[in-house]
Design a protein around this ligand. Structure first.
Ligand SMILES: NC(=O)c1ccc[n+]([C@@H]2O[C@H](COP(=O)([O-])OP(=O)(O)OC[C@H]3O[C@@H](n4cnc5c(N)ncnc54)[C@H](O)[C@@H]3O)[C@@H](O)[C@H]2O)c1
Ligand SMILES: [Zn+2]
Length: 443
């Protein structure tokens, strides 16, 4: 867990055990039932109004009522904090509404005097000025440059990566500079990889602006670009200094992108957090309506799940692979269709239904779970079948070169046992895989 420097230690103690939310807040709370946290590692920060640079760290886990109070008071929102525990590379994830309006949160993680914000043509008009303000307000010594990349998965390549290096070199960024990724997973992956390799590694901050990036890609340190022959084939594990999730940025996100990110949220419930899955079944309508309280909770819980898995298996020797439920089938769909037709989460959604179907054929899960998975994905307005153009051969040819093939054997993430349990295994009946592929393909 990240150490707290002495200047940041609380001068006061504060209890969150009995917050006094107003009646409006209680209404929200009663609509959204919050189960207990995955772990007790979620913390809460608040600012001393007399000195905005001093910060109080509260030992108590945040309570559901406190989450509600955070979102509705007029004073600066109190971010929730999830720690990613990686020894001396540990870092905090801040989650809350309006966090880009709290310059001190970002500034405490900027070392040196030079910052390069990496973003794209869609996000720059929306959030670049605000981000530059957050980096420089009350901090005139910092010089901020920005590089605005073309938008799209098709630009997640070496040529675009070079534009980041060009800007950094032209601006004479030194070893103490900080790269800031402002955008979705594409920007996060590219900026992270650029930070990992520029001058053999510089500081890096993630400001994810899609659900996909906020619940998944910004956490855990996987960075990289695509190669013409495959997705994410070139990259590095590289951890950021912090992740700042301002849930207000979701207000401008297109519906389809929002739903795509929900596929990953649902994944956490299925592979390791049954209670969270049940919460999602009750609150999917609130998520689709972009209820900020529901979203903050779903993001926090997703980050907690991912942080736990990453802390236990940073370099993916086993456990971390379980985060790829539905992804082997999903990648085949993404590759088969060509990138840009289906969003990643849409392909993962159909892939999850296929993985669950196969788990059922193997006799590893009960039928009601199969139905629940379909229902929640349909509720989230996600596809539950691959596109009609996908054939069994297309699935097989892409799955044969999956990164999870070891010694010629394709290992899959499959559900096994009650809700919330999965396995990563190559030990399954090949007939079940064949039957699933035929059941979901026309030819
Ligand atoms: N590193 C990891 O662990 C990891 C995990 C999952 C996915 N990924 C990668 O993430 C990428 C997908 O990420 P994504 O789904 O965020 O896609 P994306 O980055 O392409 O963003 C989706 C679209 O939304 C736009 N956008 C982003 N934020 C916006 C906002 N707040 N308002 C309006 N528009 C906004 C983007 O410009 C883009 O057009 C893939 O490349 C995938 O490989 C990486
Ligand atoms: Zn994914």
């Amino acid at each position: 867990m990240a150490a707290v420097s002495s200047s940041l230690r609380p001068k006061l103690t504060l209890s969150l055990s009995s917050p006094t939310p107003n009646p409006n807040q209680l209404t929200s709370l009663s609509l959204l039932r919050f189960p207990a946290s995955v772990s007790s590692r979620c913390r809460c920060l608040s600012f001393d109004s007399n000195n905005r640079n001093s910060m109080m760290r509260l030992k108590a886990s945040i309570s559901p009522a406190a989450i509600v109070a955070d979102q509705t008071t007029s004073s600066p929102a109190i971010p929730m904090v999830v720690d990613v525990d990686l020894g001396d590379r540990s870092y905090p994830i801040y989650i809350g509404s309006g966090l880009l309006s709290q310059p001190e949160l970002l500034q405490r993680h900027v070392h040196g005097k030079q910052v390069l914000v990496v973003t794209n043509t869609t996000i720059a008009p929306l959030y670049l000025d605000k981000t530059i303000w957050a980096l420089t307000d009350g901090n005139p010594n910092v010089k901020v440059e920005s590089v605005i990349l073309p938008d799209g998965e098709q630009f997640k390549n070496m040529e675009t990566l070079m534009k980041i290096f060009d800007k950094a070199i032209e601006s004479r960024m030194d070893r103490r500079c900080t790269f800031v990724a402002l955008g979705g997973g594409v920007i996060g992956d590219m900026c992270g990889y650029a930070a990992a390799s520029y001058l053999r590694g510089v500081n890096f901050i993630q400001i994810p602006t899609t659900v996909m990036a906020q619940v998944d890609s910004s956490v855990g340190g996987k960075t990289g670009i695509n190669h013409r022959l495959g997705k994410n084939l070139i990259g590095a594990f590289y951890q950021p200094q912090c992740v700042l999730i301002d849930t207000e940025t979701l207000n401008t996100l297109p519906d389809r992108e929002l739903a795509s990110g929900l596929a990953e949220v649902i994944k956490y419930g299925l592979i390791r957090d049954a209670e969270f899955f049940v919460w999602q079944e009750k609150n999917m309508h609130a998520l689709l309506a972009r209820d900020p309280i529901a979203f903050a909770y779903a993001i926090k819980r997703s980050c907690e799940n991912k942080a736990e898995v990453v802390s236990l298996d940073e370099k993916e020797s086993g456990l971390r692979a379980t985060l790829n439920l539905g992804h082997t089938f999903g990648h085949a769909i993404e590759t088969g269709l060509g990138y840009g037709h289906w969003l990643h989460g849409e392909a993962v959604s159909a892939g999850t239904v296929m993985a669950v179907d196969m788990s059922y054929r193997l006799g590893w899960i009960e039928e009601p779970l199969v139905k629940r998975v379909r229902t929640i994905l349909e509720q989230a307005k996600l596809p539950t079948e691959p596109p009609e153009t996908m054939t069994v051969d297309m699935f097989k040819s892409v799955m044969a070169v999956d990164k999870k093939v070891a010694d010629g054997l394709l290992r899959l993430i499959l559900l096994k046992g009650p809700l919330g349990n999965c396995v990563f295994t190559g030990d399954y009946d090949r007939q079940a895989l064949d039957d699933t592929l035929h059941a979901f393909s026309k030819s």
